[in-house]
Design a protein around this ligand. Structure first.
Ligand code: 5GP
Ligand code: MN
Length: 339
């Protein structure tokens, strides 16, 4: 974070402003935690603040402080467009290209507001007036903590802000186990607990609120798990029929891809989820070590993300998408066996 930018932003925020904060489509724990964490911080400083999400998010995130104030673009389009058009400042959090907000792309790219990006994904687009982009960061929530710190305001962090930021650091680091977790991450977590984040309750709220059907769906996914030892790869499929069978709700497949990666020797895991409504196969990719699923997804699955966690999609059928995945593996043989 450049000192000059921080000085300008401090100046900018010295008077009450109309502010809109937006995360990516299908927001996850880091997206909701970072937007609401920043929301509480700016609200306390007397700004007019709104968090606008492109679409709905899982129930296990709907307890986070400030959840009830969130506006959804897909169902409250007119209200959201007015707020965006009238905003002085637009914060874009946990993404770095407008297309990642789905249908909000147009209204965001037309906005004349000052734009501040806070994000940790690779290859940022060039739309922001102030760009805080750092791929070494565990999460956008960790970056929001640094942002507040650079503004000299850590004393403003209360239990609501601490709770929000804790959620995103926890979910994006796989509960502090991915290599992106640093000693700094732990120091920040320690401070957030001191400020009132109830760590054990937060873990329970996010991870231990499963429905019976979700666990049955997980059972189905694990039954469908296939391993390709030659490429140290594993993949899971879930058809639309299987999702219906277990009464699929948003968020039910979150984290399922990681079971493939937990197999001994496996360094690449992928899940293919059929979405008939959108007419696509949703893809989540995870890896260990230097193998870049960001690169694989950009090259073959219209997506991207981080080295070890990326998303993407395919317009082929489920079977043909799996076939495509298997057919590209030989071109990665060296990288997959080099680890
Ligand atoms: P997930 O598999 O959980 O949907 O996504 C894994 C990571 O990749 C997340 O950080 C997510 O924000 C990012 N991601 C998911 N889909 C895309 C995409 O289409 N493009 C880019 N650039 N990043 C994505
Ligand atoms: Mn994130």
């Amino acid at each position: 974070m450049k000192k000059q930018d921080i000085t300008s932003i401090k100046q900018l925020l010295s008077k009450s402003k109309k502010i809109v904060i937006v995360p990516h489509k299908n927001p996850d724990g880091d997206a909701i935690g970072s937007t609401l964490g920043l929301y509480h911080y700016l609200k306390k400083a007397n700004h007019q603040v709104n968090v606008i999400v492109p679409n709905d998010y899982p129930k296990f995130l709907k307890w986070i402080p400030g959840n009830d104030t969130i506006l959804k673009y897909d169902t409250q389009t007119d209200t959201c467009e007015t707020l965006i058009n009238e905003a002085d400042i637009l914060f874009t959090l946990d993404f770095n290209a407008f297309h990642r907000t789905g249908n909000m792309e147009m209204v965001l790219s037309k906005s004349n507001a000052i734009k501040i990006m806070i994000d940790h994904h690779q290859s940022p687009d060039d739309y922001a007036t102030y760009m805080f982009s750092d791929v070494t960061m565990s999460s956008t929530c960790e970056m929001v903590y640094h942002f507040i710190d650079k503004l000299g305001d850590t004393n403003h962090i209360d239990s609501d802000i601490a709770t929000c930021l804790y959620v995103g650091i926890m979910t994006d680091t796989g509960s502090f186990r991915y290599p992106s977790t640093t000693s700094d991450t732990h120091k920040i977590i320690s401070k957030l607990i001191k400020k009132g984040a109830q760590n054990s309750n937060i873990h329970n709220n996010v991870y231990d609120t499963n429905s019976y059907e979700r666990l049955q769906l997980l059972g189905c996914a694990l039954t469908n798990l296939k391993v390709i030892p030659e490429f140290r790869a594993a993949y899971i499929t879930l058809s639309q029929e299987e999702l219906y069978q277990y009464n699929y709700k948003k968020g039910d497949t979150e984290g399922v891809v990681n079971y493939g990666l937990s197999l001994e020797g496996v360094i690449l895991a992928v899940i293919f989820i059929e979405d008939k409504q959108e007419g696509i196969i949703k893809i989540s990719l995870r890896s260990k070590g230097d193998f870049s699923v960001n690169e694989m997804s950009r090259a073959h699955f219209e997506g991207g993300g981080h080295t070890n966690a990326a998303g993407g999609k395919s317009h082929l059928s489920l079977a043909n998408t799996v076939e495509k995945f298997i057919s590209i593996l030989p071109s990665y043989k060296k990288a997959l066996n080099n680890e």
